[in-house]
Design a protein around this ligand. Structure first.
Ligand code: HEC
Length: 130
Protein backbone atom coordinates (compact mmCIF):
# COMPACT_ATOMS: atom_id res chain seq x y z
CA UNK A 1 0.00 0.00 0.00
CA UNK A 2 2.79 2.40 0.94
CA UNK A 3 4.52 1.62 -2.33
CA UNK A 4 1.34 2.47 -4.21
CA UNK A 5 1.22 5.91 -2.63
CA UNK A 6 4.84 6.54 -3.47
CA UNK A 7 4.23 5.61 -7.10
CA UNK A 8 1.15 7.80 -7.16
CA UNK A 9 3.12 10.67 -5.64
CA UNK A 10 5.90 10.34 -8.19
CA UNK A 11 3.54 10.08 -11.12
CA UNK A 12 1.65 13.17 -10.07
CA UNK A 13 4.90 15.14 -9.86
CA UNK A 14 5.82 13.87 -13.32
CA UNK A 15 2.37 14.78 -14.56
CA UNK A 16 2.57 18.26 -13.11
CA UNK A 17 5.94 18.84 -14.79
CA UNK A 18 4.75 17.52 -18.13
CA UNK A 19 1.66 19.63 -18.19
CA UNK A 20 3.72 22.78 -17.63
CA UNK A 21 6.33 21.99 -20.26
CA UNK A 22 3.87 20.92 -22.90
CA UNK A 23 1.40 23.71 -22.38
CA UNK A 24 2.51 25.75 -25.41
CA UNK A 25 3.20 22.85 -27.70
CA UNK A 26 -0.25 21.42 -27.11
CA UNK A 27 -2.07 24.51 -28.31
CA UNK A 28 -0.48 24.20 -31.75
CA UNK A 29 -1.27 20.55 -32.26
CA UNK A 30 -4.43 19.91 -34.21
CA UNK A 31 -6.81 17.91 -32.07
CA UNK A 32 -7.45 15.17 -34.59
CA UNK A 33 -3.82 14.09 -34.57
CA UNK A 34 -3.65 13.47 -30.86
CA UNK A 35 -3.10 9.77 -30.29
CA UNK A 36 -5.80 7.91 -28.43
CA UNK A 37 -4.65 7.70 -24.82
CA UNK A 38 -3.67 4.28 -23.52
CA UNK A 39 -5.90 2.87 -20.82
CA UNK A 40 -3.55 3.81 -17.98
CA UNK A 41 -2.64 7.23 -19.36
CA UNK A 42 -4.07 10.26 -17.57
CA UNK A 43 -7.02 11.87 -19.29
CA UNK A 44 -6.95 15.43 -20.54
CA UNK A 45 -9.20 16.28 -17.59
CA UNK A 46 -6.59 14.94 -15.13
CA UNK A 47 -3.84 17.07 -16.60
CA UNK A 48 -5.99 20.18 -16.59
CA UNK A 49 -7.09 19.44 -13.02
CA UNK A 50 -3.53 19.05 -11.76
CA UNK A 51 -2.63 22.32 -13.42
CA UNK A 52 -5.59 24.10 -11.80
CA UNK A 53 -4.95 22.57 -8.39
CA UNK A 54 -1.28 23.50 -8.65
CA UNK A 55 -2.00 27.10 -9.57
CA UNK A 56 -4.68 27.60 -6.91
CA UNK A 57 -4.13 27.60 -3.14
CA UNK A 58 -5.49 24.06 -2.69
CA UNK A 59 -2.03 22.59 -2.07
CA UNK A 60 -1.63 24.75 1.05
CA UNK A 61 -4.16 22.54 2.80
CA UNK A 62 -4.54 19.39 0.67
CA UNK A 63 -2.22 16.69 -0.62
CA UNK A 64 -3.21 13.75 -2.76
CA UNK A 65 -2.43 11.05 -0.22
CA UNK A 66 -1.61 12.83 3.06
CA UNK A 67 -3.91 14.59 5.44
CA UNK A 68 -2.94 18.24 5.89
CA UNK A 69 -5.07 21.08 7.21
CA UNK A 70 -7.77 19.49 5.06
CA UNK A 71 -8.40 15.84 4.16
CA UNK A 72 -6.26 14.18 1.48
CA UNK A 73 -7.89 13.96 -1.94
CA UNK A 74 -7.82 10.19 -1.68
CA UNK A 75 -9.83 10.34 1.56
CA UNK A 76 -12.30 12.67 -0.14
CA UNK A 77 -12.59 10.23 -3.06
CA UNK A 78 -13.31 7.34 -0.66
CA UNK A 79 -16.07 9.33 1.00
CA UNK A 80 -17.91 10.47 -2.14
CA UNK A 81 -18.81 8.43 -5.20
CA UNK A 82 -18.27 10.37 -8.45
CA UNK A 83 -21.95 11.09 -9.11
CA UNK A 84 -23.15 14.36 -10.65
CA UNK A 85 -24.91 15.22 -7.41
CA UNK A 86 -21.75 14.74 -5.31
CA UNK A 87 -19.63 16.65 -7.82
CA UNK A 88 -22.04 19.60 -7.77
CA UNK A 89 -22.21 19.58 -3.97
CA UNK A 90 -18.42 19.63 -3.68
CA UNK A 91 -18.08 22.38 -6.32
CA UNK A 92 -20.38 24.51 -4.16
CA UNK A 93 -18.48 23.55 -1.00
CA UNK A 94 -15.12 24.59 -2.46
CA UNK A 95 -16.61 27.87 -3.67
CA UNK A 96 -18.37 28.73 -0.43
CA UNK A 97 -15.96 27.05 2.01
CA UNK A 98 -17.07 25.67 5.34
CA UNK A 99 -16.52 22.96 7.89
CA UNK A 100 -18.22 20.03 9.55
CA UNK A 101 -17.77 17.16 7.11
CA UNK A 102 -14.23 16.41 8.26
CA UNK A 103 -13.94 18.30 11.51
CA UNK A 104 -14.04 21.76 12.99
CA UNK A 105 -11.36 23.30 10.76
CA UNK A 106 -13.02 25.30 7.96
CA UNK A 107 -12.00 25.43 4.31
CA UNK A 108 -11.57 28.98 3.05
CA UNK A 109 -14.13 30.06 0.42
CA UNK A 110 -13.08 30.34 -3.24
CA UNK A 111 -15.77 32.64 -4.65
CA UNK A 112 -13.73 33.58 -7.75
CA UNK A 113 -13.24 30.00 -8.87
CA UNK A 114 -15.05 29.32 -12.16
CA UNK A 115 -17.64 26.53 -11.94
CA UNK A 116 -16.03 24.69 -14.84
CA UNK A 117 -12.59 24.80 -13.25
CA UNK A 118 -13.92 23.68 -9.88
CA UNK A 119 -15.75 20.84 -11.61
CA UNK A 120 -12.57 19.77 -13.43
CA UNK A 121 -10.72 19.63 -10.10
CA UNK A 122 -13.47 17.78 -8.24
CA UNK A 123 -13.92 15.26 -11.05
CA UNK A 124 -10.21 14.50 -10.85
CA UNK A 125 -10.23 14.30 -7.05
CA UNK A 126 -13.14 11.85 -7.03
CA UNK A 127 -11.41 9.73 -9.68
CA UNK A 128 -8.80 8.84 -7.04
CA UNK A 129 -11.26 6.46 -5.36
CA UNK A 130 -10.00 2.88 -5.28
C1 HEC B 1 -7.22 26.95 4.16
C2 HEC B 1 -7.11 25.55 3.86
C3 HEC B 1 -7.81 25.02 2.61
C4 HEC B 1 -7.67 25.42 1.30
C5 HEC B 1 -6.84 26.56 0.76
C6 HEC B 1 -8.47 24.50 0.50
N1 HEC B 1 -9.10 23.60 1.32
FE1 HEC B 1 -10.35 22.11 0.72
N2 HEC B 1 -10.72 21.67 2.70
C7 HEC B 1 -10.11 22.25 3.79
C8 HEC B 1 -10.69 21.73 5.01
C9 HEC B 1 -10.30 22.09 6.44
C10 HEC B 1 -11.68 20.80 4.59
C11 HEC B 1 -12.64 20.00 5.48
C12 HEC B 1 -13.96 20.78 5.58
C13 HEC B 1 -15.02 20.08 6.37
O1 HEC B 1 -14.72 19.53 7.42
O2 HEC B 1 -16.18 20.08 5.92
C14 HEC B 1 -11.66 20.78 3.12
C15 HEC B 1 -12.48 19.98 2.35
C16 HEC B 1 -12.37 19.86 0.98
C17 HEC B 1 -13.13 18.94 0.18
C18 HEC B 1 -14.19 17.98 0.73
C19 HEC B 1 -15.42 18.78 1.09
C20 HEC B 1 -16.45 18.04 1.89
O3 HEC B 1 -17.47 18.69 2.22
O4 HEC B 1 -16.30 16.86 2.18
C21 HEC B 1 -12.75 19.13 -1.13
C22 HEC B 1 -13.29 18.41 -2.36
C23 HEC B 1 -11.75 20.17 -1.13
N3 HEC B 1 -11.55 20.60 0.16
C24 HEC B 1 -11.13 20.65 -2.25
C25 HEC B 1 -10.35 21.81 -2.28
C26 HEC B 1 -9.89 22.45 -3.49
C27 HEC B 1 -10.15 21.93 -4.91
C28 HEC B 1 -9.18 23.55 -3.11
C29 HEC B 1 -8.52 24.61 -3.99
C30 HEC B 1 -9.42 25.33 -4.89
C31 HEC B 1 -9.20 23.58 -1.65
N4 HEC B 1 -9.93 22.52 -1.19
C32 HEC B 1 -8.58 24.55 -0.88
C33 HEC B 1 -9.10 23.19 3.75
C34 HEC B 1 -8.72 23.88 2.61
Amino acid sequence: MKKFFIILGISSVVLACNSGAEGDKKAEEPKAEEPAPAAAAPSANDEKALELIGSSDCTTCHAIDKKGIGPSYMEVAQKYEATDANINTLVEKVKSGGQGNWGAVPMTPHPDLADDDAKTMITYILSLRN
